[in-house]
Design a protein around this ligand. Structure first.
Ligand code: NAD
Length: 463
């Protein structure tokens, strides 16, 4: 498969923005029938082209087919169709009663914010491009979608399919790298939805601030795992490695490192090693294995560099293949300041950090910026409450990893350094929606008798 990706000419970007604005002003994207039809088209785009899209993702990331189906194609086809079914409910205006003024006619209208810009990263090139778009279409917002240039095959296939299924006067896919995205960011959007790393997140936030454009930042960071010594280490090992093995650890909420009371480190490490042997009996890098590859040689070298500098002990894995294969690798006795804890690993390396006890693990978590997801393995309800009350993060998942992404009915988003704003289900819709309150005052209702019009009466309020 060719990796050549045709970039959208920079001089066309302002024109695209103008076209989408004209479409929005015309009211074309407002009717629910239009939104429903576009959402169903988006669902069809994924379902009818699953083989072509899947082949492109394999060419970019060498992900196993089942992983692509379960994490990219099925959820996107389903969620777009679900959103189409939910439009009546989501968009229904609300009529709050105003205390003491029952005759006032107040309506909370759910109106589209306007024309949106969606910028996506490479690690889930279908899911992270389509998921925010579902929200934009559901809300009645036209959008420019800018997928990652790092997944050239997927971005090219999506660019070919979008105009075949979606209304190009409202939804345009722009391909490009930094110069094209920089140019897009100069334009006055009504919402920017960015998914990617925090460094670019700051660039996006700065550009948006110039136009006071509201933004959603879906960023990354280190997602720590706290393990209660009383928890079953075999179950913990299996569930931690599920989240670390998917997409070879290149997931925003992959477990980054594990904080385990020192007396349980050896038992956990043994369970992790046994699990990896079960998951990949012939080794993860075996051609028949269900294990993906690193996106490109740059990221491969970055991860290799972290491993070379670690002061911890590599107790499993460490093998590489070519310029993109890195075996799942367990490193124990990792201490604060280690290379593996400098930043989000975004690869298949799992550092184990021994701590004195769970309280020290909680203190550790609180010394770092808020994670996208904090994980904890414990059956102790009091400890769960303590972790919920005494830590902060985008989300909190007990006793599994990654599964919070499958709960589409709940909001997903970061907090602080891991981003802000929400997506999934109705929350994606809300992200692109402005709550526009209207008040229609009945002509026979006097708002505050004695106060509204001068001269004010005396003794109107007894306070
Ligand atoms: P990436 O390199 O593909 O970049 C993301 C997007 O930003 C691309 O579309 C790219 O063109 C654009 N971009 C890159 N440099 C830019 C610049 N200087 N100016 C303007 N735009 C620029 O992907 P990435 O950032 O490496 O993605 C991985 C990161 O994304 C990780 O940190 C991961 O945790 C995070 N992530 C977060 C979520 C989430 O939902 N919170 C999901 C997936 C990934």
């Amino acid at each position: 498969m060719s990796t050549e990706l045709k970039y959208t000419p920079i001089d066309q970007l302002a024109k695209i923005h103008e076209t989408l604005n004209a479409t929005f002003r015309s009211g074309k994207t407002l009717p629910l029938d239009y939104r429903r039809q576009q959402l169903l088209q988006l669902s069809r785009l994924v379902a009818e082209n699953k083989d072509a899209i899947s082949a492109a993702v394999v060419a970019d990331l060498a992900k196993p087919q089942l992983e692509i189906l379960m994490t990219e194609l099925v959820p996107m086809a389903t969620r777009a169709a679900d959103a189409a079914k939910s439009l009546e409910e989501w968009t229904a205006p609300e009529k709050p009663a105003v205390a003491g003024h029952e005759s006032w006619n107040v309506t909370v209208n759910k109106v589209p914010k306007g024309v949106a810009l969606i910028i996506s990263p490479w690690n889930y090139p279908v899911h992270l491009t389509i998921s925010p778009l579902i929200g934009a279409i559901a809300a009645g917002c036209p959008a420019v979608i800018k997928p990652s240039e790092n997944t050239a095959n997927t971005s090219r296939v999506l660019a070919e399919l979008f105009p075949k299924y979606l209304d190009t006067s409202a939804y345009q896919l722009v391909n490009g790298g930094v110069p094209e995205t920089t140019e897009l960011l100069k334009l006055p959007w009504d919402h920017i939805f960015y998914t990617g790393n925090g460094t670019v997140g700051r660039i996006v936030a700065t550009a948006a601030a110039k136009h006071l454009t509201p933004i959603t930042l879906e960023l990354g960071g280190q997602c720590p795992v706290i393990v209660d010594p009383a928890y079953d280490m075999k179950i913990a090992a299996k569930r931690i490695l599920f989240g670390k093995g998917l997409n070879a650890g290149q997931i925003c909420n992959a477990p980054n490192h594990v904080l385990v009371p020192v007396e349980k480190q050896a038992e956990l490490v043994e369970a992790l090693k046994a699990t990896l042997k079960e998951f990949y009996p012939n080794g993860a890098l075996d051609k028949s294995s269900t294990y993906g590859r690193i996106i490109n040689p740059n990221h491969f070298r970055r991860i290799q560099g972290l491993l070379k500098r670690t002061q911890g002990e590599i107790v499993f894995g460490g093998a590489v293949e070519g310029e993109r294969g890195i075996e799942p690798t367990i490193v124990q006795n990792v201490k604060a300041g280690d290379s593996l804890l400098e930043d989000e690993i975004f690869g298949p390396i799992l550092p184990i950090v021994p701590v004195a006890n769970v309280d020290e693990a909680i203190e550790w978590v609180n010394r770092f910026p808020h994670a996208l997801t904090l994980y904890a393995f414990t059956e102790d309800e009091a400890l769960k409450k303590k972790i919920l009350a005494h830590t902060n993060s985008g989300g909190l998942t007990f006793n599994h990893t990654f599964m919070n992404l499958a709960a589409d009915e709940a909001p997903f988003g970061g907090h602080g350094a891991s981003g802000h704003g929400y997506q999934h289900g109705v929350y994606s819709y809300k992200t692109f929606t402005h709550l526009r309150t209207s008040l229609d005052m009945p002509s026979d209702a006097e708002a505050f008798p004695g106060f509204t019009y001068a001269p004010y009466a005396q003794g109107v309020v007894d306070y």
